[in-house]
Design a protein around this ligand. Structure first.
Ligand SMILES: [Mn+2]
Length: 315
């Protein structure tokens, strides 16, 4: 069932014990939204935790580390934030599957999988939506809560540069600043700090990129062997999908990454006027117009050929 914000707020008031689930490959939005929701529920006197995710990025770990649990109790209710499809849910014991009550999300191409769903595709980040629900529950934004909220909204908007940024996003950022939280430091860590190898891997990808439609589409690829040879950590490959879109003349950047033999993930970033979600729909995926993902089974050569064919057939 699809819910309004008010219905979601009322539903959350009903139970007392919550465990919040994030998505696989957790980003700043799912991590920040989960921590924010957890802190908000605790402010109301409820018991709340964020469920452990083995893939937490070191950058965002401080937000969830004090809140996380690896246990789901008999009387717990599960919530999930920023999860566009069931297979994207963090791994958790399947016997608890029926405890999932509510999903809060902002993915336009999302597939419904929870009994109650609040999905607002026009909202830039899931964090903004969680914040609005908490306000309806009379939760007050604290300095502690401003950190995960700001993380969610700033990372999903590329520090308020992407086309999804709205006046509401900026008003939410202003509310975060008004708590007195040290947000400039988060900006430095998230948006102005990179590893040395992350720059080297970008140079490598650029040298080996395939350009389509006179360079409007840039396809970068990396096999497992290449990744191992460069000894890359997840921090080195953070935000790798998007860098090519920043190159002058590029409208859509396609990043192909082999994560298992003959299994390739597809990450697409597009400028306004282009539709990454529609493109990824051809590869069993989806997401937002500006940022989407999909998958391919086969060799890297075959994946590049499939992308070329999809581009030639029209976007
Ligand atoms: Mn998000």
């Amino acid at each position: 069932m699809t819910m309004t914000r008010l219905e979601a707020a009322r539903l959350l008031m009903e139970k007392d014990r919550y465990v919040i689930l994030t998505h696989k490959g957790p980003d700043g939005d799912t991590t920040g939204s989960a921590a924010l929701l957890c802190l908000g529920l605790r402010q109301l006197g409820k018991t709340a935790h964020v469920y452990y995710n083995e893939e937490w990025s070191p950058k965002y770990l401080f937000l969830v580390e004090p809140l996380q649990t690896e246990e789901i109790g008999e009387n717990d209710t599960l919530l999930c934030v920023d999860v566009p499809a069931e297979h994207m849910l963090v791994d958790f014991p399947s016997e608890h599957r029926q405890k999932l009550l509510l999903r809060i999300d902002h993915h336009g191409s999302a597939q419904s999988f929870a009994p109650n769903e609040l999905v607002e595709p026009q909202t830039a980040s899931c964090g903004e939506l969680v914040y609005e629900i908490l306000k309806l529950m009379q939760v007050e934004l604290t300095e502690e809560m401003a950190l995960p909220l700001y993380t969610a909204i700033s990372t999903d908007t590329g520090c308020f540069r992407y086309a999804n940024t709205t006046a509401h996003t900026l008003q939410t950022a202003a509310a975060c600043y008004e708590t007195g939280a040290q947000l400039q430091e988060l900006n430095r860590i998230y948006f102005d700090t990179v590893t040395r190898k992350s720059q080297l891997v970008r140079a490598f990808l650029l040298e080996n990129a395939v350009e389509l439609l006179d360079g409007q589409v840039m396809v970068c690829s990396m096999t497992m062997a290449q990744e191992q040879e460069m000894e890359l950590t997840p921090e080195d490959t953070h935000n790798l999908a998007g860098f090519a879109r920043s190159i002058e003349g590029v409208c859509m950047a396609v990043m192909l990454r082999e994560y298992e033999e003959n299994r390739i993930s597809l990450s697409v970033r597009a400028i306004p006027g282009w539709d990454a979600a529609a493109f990824c729909g051809r590869f069993g995926g989806g997401g937002h117009k500006g940022a989407a993902g999909g998958g391919f089974e086969g060799t890297m050569q075959e994946a590049v050929a499939a992308v070329r064919k999809a581009v030639e057939e029209g976007l």
